[in-house]
Design a protein around this ligand. Sequence first.
Ligand code: FAD
Length: 496
Amino acid sequence: MTKTISCDLGIIGSGFGGSLLAIIARRLGFSVVLLERGTHPRFAIGESSTPLANFKLERIANRFDLDWLKPFAKYGPWKATHPQIQCGLKRGFSFFKHQRDQPFTPRLDNANALLVAASPEDARSDTHWFRADFDAHLVDQAVEAGVVYLDRIEIQSANRESPWRLQGLRSDEPVEIRAALVVDATGDGQLLGRALGLERVDSTQLLTRSRGLYSHFTGVARWHDLLGAASTAEHPFPCDAAALHQIIDGGWMWVLRFDHGITSAGFSLDPDLHPIRPDEAPDAEWERLLNTYPSLARQFRDAQAIRPMVRTGRLQRRFTRAAGSDWALLPHAAGFLDAWLSPGIAQTLFAVERLGRILAEDWHTPNRKRRLLEYGETVLRELAWMDEITSTCFRCLDRFEVMVSAAMIYFVAAIYCEERERAGEAPPDAAFLLADEPEYRRLAAEVCRRAPTVRAEDAANFATEFRHAFEAYIRCGLCDPGRRNLYPYPPGECAS
Ligand SMILES: Cc1cc2nc3c(=O)[nH]c(=O)nc-3n(C[C@H](O)[C@H](O)[C@H](O)COP(=O)(O)OP(=O)(O)OC[C@H]3O[C@@H](n4cnc5c(N)ncnc54)[C@H](O)[C@@H]3O)c2cc1C
């Protein structure tokens, strides 16, 4: 016999996004069913948080009265309260440009390195989330809050009736969930988008082009140690306590260290410049890439992958709709670009907060439909905006100094928004990273148009033009050539 459960909200997918929304909805008094294909704890990628993500996490905790969530917004409180839930220290972003077949050689003018601090000290810094632990903890919290959680469920159909009917099998038992509103939090599973037959943005309209090759490792050497004390003396923070971006020809590698000796690392590769060789296994490709860049080979000399290497096809995807009158997709279910600059966790938290506010303010009002539709448009606009920034950076990877100006589109907006948050002046419904600020978008569009054709020898002039154009938005000494690509925090004018 089919087991039938009726609820207000059906959430499919129990990553941190789905679980957090479930917890918020329960806090607001809604009945919630959370459906998961797998079981926790489980491996998940997408681990590096940012200041904007942490502001949003704190705002969610305050807005929805979730005190237990607050410690996770900063490294110090996280370690003090939940040492068993693994994380890593993230003081900022670091970038190093490697040349094929040559050891990395630091330059005095830092023309092949960029460090942007995001926090003034360890205790107040961001974190890398060890998702197996963090996501499992949120599911536990959801269950404690009264969410009905069904794992190991294979959903076979999602019928948009009134209410929705989600039918699936759990240990061969048929289950039916009836829900007034359904949220797709399945990430790359894209369950609802597929079930509704949503149209996809044509792949030629997605500007970023990359594929992934990644795993978790032990034994990864610290980049700081390989560079040596003299070369790192001026670094504003330890360059490994960061989202470390190792840039190669036609791609880059992320290196994210957790405190318990595990490191998440992966290449993001231009599929045209690095096509998959049919006869080359993922591990062999990994080794070949490392061996092309001697300093990366040194960093990974003693590294052991502790899980099978994942090799993806092109990562970019986006639906043309992300919400309807009784359904919504979280950002990772609506689309994806690349791990570059770690936007995913922040975008997801922005979306979760927005949905939480719609549930709180407009569940029973005629505004609900309009607000859900606006939610969907914002999610897509934010994804398209990150596509512009990411693709411009990628098109400049061969000219590091120009790439730095392209990356400043992200950093200037991020730090502007962070300062606004800190001053309590951020509009409650502001989009991620000034995505809804026409003047900022106009200035950025000009940089995105020009950067791909700027020659390396013109990079300094381009950076000067950038600095003048973005003057009204630049905070904390960003883009100051006197800092030679090393940005501490908080430098001078910024409050701590
Ligand atoms: C290679 C890569 C690197 C990334 N790096 C970063 C980074 O450094 N920083 C950052 O901020 N973001 C990063 N991201 C993005 C990040 O992964 C996402 O933003 C984040 O995971 C979104 O969380 P979520 O809870 O919405 O979905 P997910 O974490 O994707 O969770 C989805 C859940 O749904 C479940 N599920 C899937 N299909 C079904 C189904 N049919 N039925 C039921 N359950 C289902 C899955 O088992 C999973 O538990 C990265 C993404 C990729 C692909």
